[in-house]
Write a protein that binds this ligand. Structure first.
Ligand code: SF4
Ligand code: F3S
Length: 103
């Protein structure tokens, strides 16, 4: 599961697709955690898609991640500033790849 303390335990490496990238990263196999308020661990995400389908405010967008061992697409939290903290995405993800921090 995603580490809910990632902001303490990881380093901010920059931005991609409009959201923060928390390392370590070593593409294409290791992509890190993407986003901060709505955070998706790209190395855990298996592209199930339930988060994207259920989010009432369309926070997520697919991005291509060719040659990643878990899946070749991932959900980027592009519109994380729109999040209303409903926690649906956290609840539906089968691999616990998402952390939403209402704080
Ligand atoms: Fe969307 Fe709710 Fe997840 Fe926020 S907590 S990203 S509003 S599903
Ligand atoms: Fe990935 Fe979980 Fe969404 S596997 S696509 S973060 S439901």
């Amino acid at each position: 599961a995603i580490d809910p303390q990632f902001e303490q335990n990881r380093e901010l490496e920059g931005q991609e697709h409009g959201v923060d990238v928390w390392g370590p990263t070593d593409p294409p196999e290791e992509l890190g955690i993407r986003g901060t308020h709505v955070a998706v661990d790209f190395d855990i995400c298996i592209a199930d898609g339930a988060c994207l389908e259920d989010c009432p405010v369309d926070v997520f967008e697919w991005v291509d991640t060719p040659d990643h061992p878990e899946s070749e697409i991932k959900v980027n939290p592009t519109n994380e500033d729109q999040c209303i903290d409903c926690m649906l995405c956290v609840d539906v993800c089968p691999v616990d790849a998402i952390d939403v921090d209402p704080g």
